[in-house]
Structure formats: structure tokens, C-alpha cells
Design a protein around this ligand. Structure first.
Ligand code: HEC
Length: 202
């Protein structure tokens, strides 16, 4: 009877399958027992490290917007629109330009995560507060406020930030440069005040 044969075949098949499965399970158990658990741990560790490496490369490659954008102002002088002497401009370039302008020269540690994130967030915050490449876009009242803020942070040695100076010792302003910068902020503030007062009375 085809029906019966079919049934027999099916049951015979599943019996064989069960035996094979059983053997496979036994063999893997045996295999697991023979394998020292240390090598499994090492394999897992290796996979974990590899995944971390891949994540790190992805993090560096993709979560990294700023160093790829080169501003059209990267080569233009700081403080457009201000009256500034070359030596004061030079001091700002060296000590402040990397963060407060679009002339940023990205250091090596800005090329890889997590340095890239720290540097980018620093530069983003610094430019938002004061972008010396776009000085002419700041209205004169705010320019005067920023100039006195500059004098204060330079006087108190709050800028450049100390952690930045540890990696960029050349960015430190000398005592003479600090005096020169502070005096310049006063001169420029006076000039702005006089020109806006003049404009108001005209
Ligand atoms: C390593 C990057 C870096 C450098 C270099 C740097 N600054 Fe800053 N500066 C910042 C950041 C970041 C802020 C914003 C701080 C905040 O958001 O609290 C800031 C804020 C300021 C402010 C605003 C302070 C306030 O009153 O809110 C002034 C003014 C300033 N910086 C001046 C300077 C001057 C002048 C120099 C150069 C002598 C300089 N900075 C160099 C990162 C930098």
C-alpha cells in the first residue's frame, strides 16, 4: 500500500534524522569538552576587539564633519574691517586663530576619534562665540563688547585655554604681546565709539 509505505518511509526517515542529530549533538559536546575554554575566550576577545576597531574607524570616518570643510576664508586675514597692526594680527593668528577663526589648522589628534570630537566641539563653540574671520559681520556695539572680552581673557590668561597650551606651547602670548593686544583692543574700541558716535550725530 502506497499509504503505508509512505508512512513507513516517513517514520524511517525521521528516525534516521534523529539519530544523525543525536550524533551531531554528541560530537559537538565532545568537541566543546575537548576544546579548552580559554581559546573560546580569546576568540571572543578577538572578535570584540575587531568590532571595536571597526567602530572606531567608522566613528573617525563619518562622525567627523569639520576637518573636511575648508572655508573660503581659510587664507584671508583676521579682523576684516578693523584697523589692526601686523604684529597684533600676528599674535591673534598664532594664539587664537585655530579656534576662533576659519584659518584652523587641524592637529593630528583632530584626525581620529575621540580627539576629533573634542577638537570639533571646541572649535564650534569658539567660533560661535567669536569668529575673527567674520568680524565685519558683527555689529559695532558687539565688536566693542568682544574687544573688552578679549582684553579681559588675555589679562587673566584665560585664553588660550590651558589644556590647549599644553599641546601647543607656541600659542602662548608673551607678556609683551599681551600688553600689545590689550592696548590695541582699547584703541580699536575708541575708534569704533568715535565712528559710531560720529555717524549718530551726522
Ligand atoms: C583651543 C581653542 C581656543 C583657543 C586657542 C582660544 N580660544 Fe577663546 N574660546 C574657546 C572656547 C571653546 C570658548 C567658548 C567658551 C564657552 O563656551 O564657555 C572661547 C571663548 C572666548 C571668549 C568669550 C569669553 C566670554 O566672555 O564668553 C573670548 C573673548 C575668547 N575666547 C578670546 C580668545 C583669545 C583672545 C584667544 C587667543 C589669545 C583665544 N580665545 C584662544 C576656545 C579657544
Amino acid at each position: 500500500m502506497p499509504d503505508k509505505r509512505g508512512h513507513q518511509t516517513r517514520s524511517g526517515n525521521s528516525g534516521a534524522a534523529r539519530r544523525v542529530l543525536h550524533r551531531v549533538r554528541n560530537e559537538t559536546e565532545l568537541h566543546d569538552l575537548q576544546k579548552p575554554s580559554l581559546s573560546r575566550k580569546t576568540a571572543r576577545l578577538r572578535i570584540a576587539l575587531l568590532s571595536l576597531g571597526v567602530l572606531w574607524m567608522l566613528a573617525t570616518g563619518f562622525v567627523h564633519p569639520l576637518p573636511h570643510t575648508i572655508s573660503e576664508r581659510a587664507t584671508s586675514p583676521l579682523f576684516p574691517g578693523a584697523r589692526i597692526t601686523p604684529s597684533v594680527a600676528q599674535a591673534f593668528n598664532r594664539a587664537c586663530g585655530n579656534c576662533h577663526s576659519e584659518k584652523t589648522e587641524w592637529p593630528w589628534y583632530a584626525q581620529v576619534a575621540p580627539g576629533s570630537w573634542l577638537v570639533e566641539s571646541d572649535v564650534k563653540r569658539a567660533r560661535k562665540r567669536m569668529n575673527l574671520s567674520r568680524w565685519e559681520n558683527v555689529d559695532p556695539t558687539d565688536q566693542r563688547l568682544l574687544l573688552s572680552a578679549i582684553a579681559t581673557v588675555v589679562e587673566n590668561r584665560e585664553m588660550p585655554p590651558r589644556r590647549y597650551l599644553m599641546l601647543h606651547p607656541k600659542a602662548k602670548l608673551t607678556a609683551d604681546e599681551s600688553v600689545e593686544v590689550i592696548e590695541w583692543t582699547r584703541t580699536e574700541r575708541r575708534r569704533l565709539r568715535e565712528s559710531t558716535d560720529g555717524a549718530a550725530t551726522q
